[in-house]
Design a protein around this ligand. Structure first.
Ligand code: UT7
Length: 332
């Protein structure tokens, strides 16, 4: 019997309609379109404005559209794994809410908290259930409503983040396509440079934590930038080396979209041409767990069966890693 591998067999995505442009931000904080473009590559981002709608709404919309497009009965889904740090609630998990909204009545699910690495950590987790033969259809979703934890008076962070969701369907493949390898890492000593200070069990919400703005994302940008450039570039190179891939044999890099300069540094380290690098940061900003599946969604039509994709990320915590995929289908 051939080895069972987990292959992506469909992708989906959703971004809210409302755009927040660099010019809008110029009116909110002391910044400029020129500064944001040149330091990050971001031009605009999407914000989920509608009252009563949050992370599960974006995730469910992406998943539902994918299932409808592929004509898949939601009741056939076995498991939903969601990478997010902005779940609708502390509990229950956003996976539960998405399952309910899309009618995945026979599924179980849970959330994975790994900040900007949420999608890759969730993908590896979901893939294991396919590879072990326990499940036939697994949905992995990366989604964040960063606007819910962004301080729009802090120019260090509010220019970066946006809202969005992406998802993939995983199914078994016995012909050598799908997820080939992964290298995933954490270093908790990096927690103080990028995190949400209050709201957890260490510092539960109080009038003081709210007054101190401790429920917003806090980032020491320069320090995180240094770690991100090194770790994301190194791990992308490492997974190439480990799998005998060369700059020619890598077809696509789907990087976390945090900063165009980090993406460029990663591509340089891998020695790959710019036209192999998937970039949509200009449209969506940093959607945390959403960036990589949104890239797969935006650029799906470019991928051919057998293409070698490297997915790479770096995020708060710290968390980082790469996944190597042999794409399983041609564009329809
Ligand atoms: O997604 C998870 C991981 N996160 C990341 O990978 C993000 C990593 N960090 C970054 O992408 C960058 O550090 C930022 C985009 C956040 C900041 O860019 P930077 O080139 O590192 O800028 P900086 O923080 O070193 O600031 C340079 C200058 C400072 O002024 P002085 O001290 O030189 O006078 C800042 O006060 O730019 C100033 N500045 C701004 N100016 C205009 C900081 N933010 C802004 C702003 N507009 N929005």
């Amino acid at each position: 019997m051939n080895k069972i591998q987990a292959a992506i067999t469909a992708v989906g995505g959703y971004v809210p309609e409302t755009k927040l442009t660099n010019f809008d931000l110029e009116k909110m904080v002391d910044t400029s379109d020129e500064w944001i473009r040149s330091r990050t590559g971001i031009v605009e981002r999407r914000i989920l404005k509608e009252p009563g709608k949050a992370t599960s709404h974006m995730g469910a919309t992406a998943v539902q559209a994918m299932l409808e497009r592929e004509n898949i009965d939601p009741e056939d889904i076995d498991l939903i794994v969601v990478g997010t740090v902005t779940g609708d609630y502390i509990f229950p998990a956003t996976a539960n809410l998405i399952a309910d909204k899309v009618g995945a009545k026979n599924a179980w699910g849970f959330d994975v908290s790994a900040a900007c690495s949420g999608f890759l950590f969730a993908l590896k987790t979901g893939a294991s259930f396919i590879e072990s033969g326990q499940h036939k259809k697994v949905i992995v979703c990366g989604v964040d409503k960063m606007s819910a934890i962004t301080d729009y008076t802090d120019r260090n962070t509010c220019i970066i983040f946006g809202d969005g969701a992406g998802c993939v369907l995983l199914e078994a493949n016995e012909e050598g396509f799908g997820i080939q390898d992964s290298i995933l890492r954490v270093d908790g000593s990096g927690r103080e440079f990028l995190y949400q200070k209050a709201g957890g069990s260490l510092h539960p919400p109080t009038a003081e934590t709210i007054a101190n703005k401790e429920h917003y994302v806090y980032q020491e940008g320069k320090t995180v930038f240094k770690f991100a450039v090194t770790k994301m570039a190194d791990v992308s190179y490492e997974i190439m080396q480990k799998n005998g891939l060369t700059s020619d044999s890598v077809d696509w890099l789907a990087p976390h979209q945090a900063n165009l300069r980090i993406i460029d540094a990663t591509a340089n380290r891998m020695g790959i041409d710019k036209d192999k690098v998937l970039v949509n940061i200009q449209k969506y900003g940093n959607t945390t767990s959403g960036t990589i599946p949104l890239c797969l969604w935006d650029f799906e039509k470019k991928f051919k069966k057998g293409d070698n994709l490297i997915l790479s990320t770096f995020g708060g915590g710290f968390t980082w890693g790469s996944i190597y995929i042999k794409w399983a289908y041609d564009p329809s």
